[in-house]
Structure formats: structure tokens, C-alpha cells
Unconditional design. Structure first.
Length: 367
């Protein structure tokens, strides 16, 4: 009992949301924050490693326990069509509901609380004040899966809106429609990260995820809530670079989110447990980009290849280069104030206005 009381008194421990008791199983709870919908016995953790059943009630153990606080360009998320050249304060905790063998942030995402907590305690108020102090235009919940620190995300997002900041998240898309519905208009934009073309086999073998098709349900829920959505896909050689998977994904995006939804094909680099796989050939990314365009997508980008022509934004009507980039930096912004092509007047699908305050590179604030 003393250990339980000590745990519950800690500032990073709060009762969780989006859970319910399991009928007929004394003390068990169901967490319906993500599509895993974990059934958790008393004293046990959910798959994410940061939600614990204590005497039949579910608690988050990472409330405000941050592992990273960075000032980032919005283009790093990547969000290419949302308040271009703005700056965001990016935050994360430990834990994740995926087990990607290639995760570049594995030190935090694959850290599990059973092996000890990691992070610096923040309040939501402190995060928002820090964003304001550094002249950020918004806050991004990222690096590990933000769904799993939902309670802190929700409180911070509410305060951020009150201070005139926007909220964005970088997510694997496995949050439930119920979670999207609860978050509602507190979230302004989301980057939804697919891997391996959304292949079920890839998700099963490389990420220990059962059903990637559920991510499409989440995308529909985000669309219906009015969130700005951009979609990425990590192209992994040998395991996740099938052309037909990209064709199917691009067609679905065009039909369900709209043909001007930005779609990013990201270059893989060896990391974590998948170090025997080479970098994605640029030629592969270019071939897949052409396939995505052939399915009707108007804004297809290639990421992690600085200087590539598909870092830029082109007018879908006349082909004029309306935004020029290098890496995360906008080097030339040619759109009119109302986001029209200066050559033909076509309205480019951009949310918000050109901010022009980003440094173009990340600045770590947590040491």
C-alpha cells in the first residue's frame, strides 16, 4: 500500500482518460486510447509501457515527464502546407505503442517504465510559457507517439489555444476515433506517419502491429473533425518499398482526403535493430513519387534528401515553383498573400499564412 501511495503522489502520475472497467474480470480495465485496446490486469502496464492499472483504475505515469523540448521548423514535422516557415515547440515523453525495428528515436520510444523513468518534470503552463518566450507559433507533440501522453497533451493544447498558439502532432495514426473525438478542435494539424506502404506484413513483422488498416479509420476521424492532415510514408528497401502499396495508399488519400493533400515519401536510413538495410535509393523514391502523382495527388514530396526538386511546392495548374526549400528551410516564398500562384492565380491548398520566423533547423532547449 505504501508503494502505491508513493506512486500516486508523484507529479508525473495522473489518472488516465479513455478507459473503462472490463465486465466480468475483477479489477481489469480496457484502455481505448489506441487501436490496441489493451485489456490490463491489476498491477500491469499497457503495451505502451506508460499506462498502469492500479487497483482497477488506469493511470498515466508520464504526465509532464518530458524527454525532449526543441524549437523546430514546422517543415521538420513535416508540415509543408501549414503556416509555412513557422516555429513550433516540440515535446515528447518515453514510451510508444509501436515497436518499430528502425525507430530513429528508439532511446525514448522504446524505453519502458519497468526499467526506470526518464525525463524532466514540466507543467503544461511551463511548456506554453516557453513556447511564447521563444516566439513559437505553435506546439508539436512528437518524437515518440503523442497518443500515449494524451492527458498532458490535452491540458497543454487547451492552454496553448488560450495563448493564441496552434497545436500539431506527429503520430503513427493508431489512436482511436474516440481519442480523436475527445481531442476535437484542440488539435489543428496532424502528420500521420505510415511505414512500408501500410503493408500488413511489414507492420506485423517489422513493427509488431496487427492491423494498419485501422489507421485509415483514424484519418477519416481527423478529416471529419477538421484537422489539417499531411501523410508521410517511410520507404524501407527490401521490406517496404512495394509499388502497388504506394499506388493503393495514394489512391485512397486522393479519394478520401482530397487530391491536394500533401504526401511525403521519406528516405529510410539504417537505425536501431535494422542496421543491415541500406538507405533508400533516391531512384526508388522518385519512381514511387511518379506513381503517387499518377493516382491524382498534386503535392508529392521526397523527404530526407536535401536539395531534391521534390522538396519544393509547384503550382498544380501551371507547374510554376511557388515555394522553394532546402531541407527544412524555405529559401523563396513566391505565393501571394492569399496563397495564390503569382503566374496563373491558382489557389494553393495551404492552411494559414507565411510566417517567416523559422530558423530552418532544430534548436534543443532541454539539456
Amino acid at each position: 500500500m505504501s508503494l502505491r501511495l508513493d506512486l500516486l503522489r508523484r507529479p508525473h502520475v495522473r489518472e488516465a482518460v479513455l478507459w473503462r472497467p472490463v465486465s466480468g474480470r475483477d479489477g481489469w480495465v480496457e484502455c481505448y486510447l489506441c487501436h490496441r485496446r489493451c485489456l490490463i490486469a491489476p498491477g500491469k502496464y499497457g503495451v505502451c509501457g506508460v499506462r498502469l492499472n492500479v487497483d482497477g483504475r488506469l493511470y498515466t505515469l508520464v504526465y509532464g515527464l518530458l524527454t525532449a523540448v526543441n524549437l523546430d521548423p514546422i517543415e521538420k514535422k513535416p508540415l509543408m502546407h501549414f503556416y509555412p516557415a513557422s516555429s513550433v515547440l516540440s515535446i515528447s515523453t518515453v514510451g510508444c505503442n509501436f515497436f518499430c525495428k528502425f525507430c530513429q528515436n528508439w532511446e525514448i520510444s522504446q524505453s519502458r517504465l519497468e526499467r526506470g523513468l526518464a525525463g524532466v518534470q514540466f507543467t503544461a503552463e511551463r511548456v506554453v510559457e516557453l513556447a511564447v518566450a521563444y516566439d513559437a507559433q505553435g506546439i508539436t507533440y512528437t518524437y515518440n507517439e503523442p497518443t500515449i501522453f494524451y492527458e498532458f497533451l490535452e491540458d497543454t493544447a487547451r492552454l496553448a489555444h488560450k495563448r493564441g498558439l496552434f497545436n500539431t502532432m506527429v503520430t503513427n495514426g493508431y489512436m482511436t476515433p474516440e481519442a480523436v473525438d475527445r481531442l476535437g478542435n484542440l488539435m489543428d494539424a496532424a502528420t500521420v506517419d505510415f511505414k512500408g506502404g501500410g503493408s500488413r506484413e511489414f507492420y506485423n513483422k517489422i513493427m509488431n502491429v496487427r492491423d494498419p488498416e485501422l489507421i485509415y479509420e483514424t484519418l477519416i476521424a481527423m478529416r471529419d473533425k477538421g484537422w489539417w492532415v499531411e501523410v508521410t510514408n517511410l520507404v524501407v528497401p527490401k521490406y517496404g518499398d512495394d509499388e502497388e502499396h504506394i499506388r493503393r495508399m495514394a489512391r485512397w488519400i486522393a479519394e478520401n482526403l482530397g487530391p491536394e493533400t500533401p504526401f511525403h515519401l521519406l528516405r529510410f536510413h539504417p537505425d536501431y535493430k535494422l542496421t543491415d538495410v541500406p538507405w533508400t535509393p533516391v531512384q526508388t523514391l522518385e519512381k514511387l513519387a511518379k506513381i503517387a502523382m499518377s493516382e491524382g495527388l498534386k503535392h508529392v514530396y521526397i523527404g530526407n534528401v536535401p536539395g531534391h526538386p521534390l522538396e519544393h511546392t509547384y503550382c498544380p495548374n501551371c507547374g510554376y515553383k511557388v515555394i522553394e526549400r532546402y531541407g527544412f528551410m524555405i529559401t523563396d516564398y513566391r505565393l501571394t498573400k492569399d496563397n495564390r500562384c503569382p503566374k496563373c492565380g491558382y489557389k494553393i491548398n495551404i492552411k494559414g499564412h507565411y510566417v517567416g520566423k523559422s530558423t530552418g533547423y532544430p534548436i534543443p532547449l532541454l539539456y
